[in-house]
Design a protein around this ligand. Structure first.
Ligand SMILES: O=c1ccn([C@H]2C[C@H](O)[C@@H](COP(=O)(O)OP(=O)(O)OP(=O)(O)O)O2)c(=O)[nH]1
Length: 324
C-alpha cells in the first residue's frame, strides 16, 4: 500500500491515479485520500422525500447541495477523475461520518488497474480526455434529513502498487447511465419514479400508513362529534318530554285541587242549607240560647270549611309551583 511520500508521488504524477487537476493535496489523509462529492453526474430526488428523481449531468446546471429525507436514495459521483495506471490498484471504503448519520453507501471495494483509461491510437489515455469518476449509490436510512454538499469527503481511497498485468485491458464500469436507468429510471425530462425500491417502498408505506391513520383520526373525530350531537339532541328531547309531563301533571293537579275545592264548597253549601232549614223548622218555644248555639256551630263549621279549603288550595298551588 502506498503511503506518505510514495502515495503523494503516485497521485501527483499526472494521470497515474487521478486525472490531472481533478484532485486536491489537502485531502491526502494518513495512508489514503478522501474522495469528494461532485456537483454533477448526480441523480437526486426532485425534492427531499419526493418519489421523482432528477439527473444532474453535462446538460444541466450543477447542484452544489442537496438533501435526502429518510428513505430517499441517490446516485453520486466523485470530483476526482480516475486514470489508473496498470501497476496500481486502489481500495475504497465508506466514511464513517456518513454512516453515523444513517447514510447507507452501496459501493464496490476496488478501483482496478487501468480504470478510467481507454486505448486511443495505441496509447492508454484518460477516458474522453477527462478520466472517469467513481459512482456510489446512497440511501438515507437514518432518522432525519441528510444534506450533502459539493466537496464533502464521501469515501476513503487507498492506493496499492501491483505487478502490472501482461495483458492490458480496458476496465468496464456499469457507468452513470446504466445506474441511472436501472435504479432511478429518470425520464428524458430528468424526472421519474425510482430510487432504491426497498427504501422507497418503506417510505411510501410509511406515507400511506400516516395518511390512513390521519383519515381514521378524522373519521373518529367526525363520529365523536356526531355522537355528541346526537346525545345532546336526545337530552334536549328528554328535557322537553319531562317539561311536557310536568306541565300535564301540574294541570291535572290543578284540576284535582279545583275539584276538591268545588266538592268542599258544594258540601258546605248543602250542610249550610240543611242547617238553615233545620233552624227554620225549630219550634217557636225553643229557647233563644239554643238558637244562638246552633247558629254559632253553623258559623264555626262554615268558617272552618272555607279556611280548610283555602289552606288545601294554597299548599296544592305551592307544591305545583315548586315542581315546575
Ligand atoms: O463503488 C464503486 C466501486 C467501483 N467503481 C468503479 C471502479 C472499478 O474499477 C469499476 C468496476 O468495479 P467492480 O469490479 O467492483 O464492478 P463490477 O461491475 O463488478 O465490474 P466487473 O463486472 O468488471 O468485475 O467500477 C465505482 O465506480 N464505484
Amino acid at each position: 500500500m502506498l503511503s506518505g511520500a510514495s502515495l503523494l508521488r503516485a497521485i501527483s504524477t499526472p494521470d497515474r491515479v487521478f486525472r490531472e487537476g481533478s484532485w486536491s493535496p489537502g485531502h491526502v489523509l494518513g495512508a489514503g485520500y478522501d474522495l469528494r462529492l461532485a456537483d454533477d453526474l448526480l441523480v437526486i430526488p426532485t425534492e427531499p422525500g419526493a418519489s421523482g428523481y432528477k439527473t444532474v449531468d453535462a446538460g444541466t446546471p450543477p447542484v452544489g447541495e442537496f438533501t435526502l429525507a429518510p428513505g430517499d436514495s441517490a446516485l453520486i459521483s466523485t470530483i476526482e477523475r480516475f486514470s489508473m495506471d496498470f501497476d496500481v490498484a486502489a481500495v475504497i471504503g465508506p466514511k464513517f461520518r456518513w454512516s453515523a448519520r444513517g447514510l447507507l453507501i452501496l459501493q464496490g471495494t476496488t478501483v482496478h488497474p487501468g480504470y478510467g483509461r481507454e486505448k486511443v491510437d495505441g496509447h492508454w489515455r484518460p477516458v474522453g480526455g477527462e478520466g472517469e469518476p467513481l459512482y456510489f449509490v446512497i440511501a438515507n436510512v437514518g432518522p432525519g434529513p441528510i444534506t450533502m454538499r459539493k466537496g464533502d469527503p464521501i469515501a476513503y481511497l487507498q492506493v496499492i502498487g501491483i505487478e502490472p498485468p501482461q495483458q492490458r485491458t480496458a476496465v468496464s464500469n456499469v457507468g452513470f447511465e446504466f445506474l441511472r436507468d436501472r435504479l432511478f429510471r429518470t425520464g428524458v425530462d430528468g424526472t421519474g419514479q425510482g430510487g432504491l425500491a426497498y427504501f422507497r417502498s418503506v417510505k411510501d408505506l410509511e406515507r400511506a400508513v400516516d395518511a390512513e391513520s390521519a383519515r381514521r383520526d378524522r373519521d373518529w373525530e367526525q363520529l365523536r362529534r356526531q355522537v355528541d350531537a346526537e346525545v345532546a339532541e336526545v337530552k334536549r328531547q328528554v328535557t322537553e318530554a319531562q317539561t311536557t309531563i310536568d306541565r300535564v301533571n301540574n294541570t291535572s293537579n290543578m284540576i284535582v285541587v279545583f275539584g276538591i275545592y268545588l266538592i268542599a264548597v258544594t258540601m258546605l253549601g248543602v250542610v249550610l242549607t240543611t242547617l238553615v232549614n233545620l233552624i227554620g223548622d225549630l219550634p217557636e218555644k225553643l229557647s233563644q240560647d239554643r238558637l244562638v248555639l246552633v247558629t254559632g256551630l253553623v258559623t264555626v263549621y262554615a268558617v272552618s270549611t272555607v279556611v280548610a279549603t283555602a289552606v288545601v288550595s294554597f299548599f296544592a298551588r305551592s307544591a305545583i309551583r315548586r315542581r315546575s
